[in-house]
Design a protein around this ligand. Structure first.
Ligand code: GLU
Length: 416
């Protein structure tokens, strides 16, 4: 398995060689090679059977030049500090690309949440906050959901944070976490914001990338991000021909009925057996899905899925990275040589953190915006970030990823 932090640093190496960044650097690249703080905690949890189990938790506060550290918390059995460091670095770049006044952070716990009861999960989540409460807060570090963490978990965390800090200003306590349930200070539209933001970015760049008005779309992943993206692309008249989950993928050349797929997943917990009831649909493997001929491939699951071993098999006309770090640097080079443009994660999936920032702002001002207002504001942010990324890429005759990095580094440097 490739180390995501090494991959992130290779991206930083590449951008540091671009003339515009060389001239502006002044220690910026050196500073971005390591996080400001990288914190590891032990979280003891009294399990339902009476035993005590100790879990490992993390918070990486990467950079706060632009504002409070911001980024999700991931619960995963394979999560370790190098993933969290890479993800926190990408959050730094992402917030700068979206031009929101937030820095980059990320957290995690090494755990398979499926093996915990609800009360164990709640104790673990509260324990994470207890271990880190000194370094969190609306003006210090604002966590949010990520893989396997939900609005409900954010609500437990806010509650715990309020109890520990005894802060009487409930607006400030709410603003310490984003991605909360609506009735606990969450924002309209936060749930589907990563998928929707990705669609707005795609829409803003579609003509430039010479993609047809109606695209054939393949989506890897059918969780919060991939599932919402599938629904939105289908609603907008594109044809989603394949989607996948951890068990495998389903494919229908003439388009999947996403509503039916969603209903099947809700009923059975996954995509497995969808093809049994829908005979036009075929089961394929995840590797086959990545190699399908289509207009747009959307990796929306995990890191390192497109590598130097499969990048040459990709037949998509363009890639929209809704996951964080799904393409390794070597694969990136292969795709660039093969003229397959990649809309990078730090732009493509920045809709989630953008609406998180809107949520933070609403909490601090004690406001609640309509879904329409959130979507309109999100579209403007995504369009502006897309246009500026493209300009930077064209100016330096480089990829969209490097364009996004140039944009971000210029913005961070400007505030140093
Ligand atoms: N976990 C999301 C991301 O990777 C959102 C972070 C946030 O809302 O702070 O961008």
């Amino acid at each position: 398995m490739q180390n995501p932090f090494e991959n992130a640093m290779k991206q930083l190496d590449s951008v540091s060689k671009i003339a515009k960044i060389k001239s502006l650097n002044g220690g910026l690249i050196a500073q971005l090679r390591a996080p400001n703080h990288d914190i590891k905690i032990s979280i003891p949890v009294k399990m339902d059977d009476g035993s005590t189990k100790v879990f490992e938790g993390y918070r990486v506060q990467y950079n706060n030049v632009l504002g409070p550290y911001k980024g999700g918390i991931r619960y995963h059995p394979k999560t370790e500090i190098n993933d969290v460091k890479a993800l926190a670095f990408w959050m730094t770049i992402k917030c700068a690309v979206a031009n929101i006044p937030m820095g980059g952070g990320k957290g995690g716990i090494t755990v398979d949440p499926k093996n915990l009861s609800k009360s164990e999960l709640e104790k673990l989540s509260r324990g994470w906050v207890r271990g880190l409460s000194d370094v969190l807060g609306p003006y210090k570090d604002v966590p949010a959901p990520d893989v396997n963490t939900t609005a409900e978990i954010m609500a437990w965390m806010v509650d715990e944070f309020g109890k520990i800090t005894k802060n009487k200003n409930t607006n400030e306590v709410k603003a310490a976490f984003t991605g909360k349930p609506i009735d606990k200070g969450g924002s309209e539209g936060r749930d589907g914001a990563t998928g929707l933001g990705g669609f707005y970015v795609f829409d803003a760049l579609r003509e430039e990338l010479k993609l047809p008005k109606k695209c054939k779309v393949v989506i890897q992943g059918f969780g919060n991000v991939g599932g919402n993206a599938a629904r939105i692309f289908a609603e907008q008249g594109h044809t989603v021909i394949a989607v996948s989950d951890s068990h495998g993928a389903i494919f229908n050349e003439s388009g999947l009925d996403i509503k039916k797929v969603e209903a099947h997943k809700k009923k059975t917990g996954g995509l497995k057996d969808f093809s049994k009831e829908n005979l036009q649909t075929k089961n394929i493997t995840n590797e086959e899905l990545l190699a399908l001929s289509c207009d747009l491939l959307v990796p929306a699951a995990f890191e390192n899925v497109i590598t130097d071993t499969n990048a040459h098999k990709i037949r998509a006309k363009a890639i929209l990275e809704l996951a964080n770090g799904p393409i390794t640097p070597k694969a990136d080079e292969i795709l660039f040589k093969n003229n397959i443009p990649v809309i990078p994660d730090v732009l493509a999936n920045s809709g989630g953190v953008t609406v998180s920032y809107f949520e933070w702002e609403q909490n601090l001002k004690n406001e609640h915006w309509t879904e329409q207002k959130v979507f309109e504001k999100l579209r403007l942010v995504m369009e502006d970030a897309s246009r500026k990324t493209l300009e930077k890429a064209e100016e330096s005759k480089t990829s969209l990823r490097m364009g996004a990095f140039i944009l971000a580094l210029e913005r961070i440097r400007g505030k140093m």
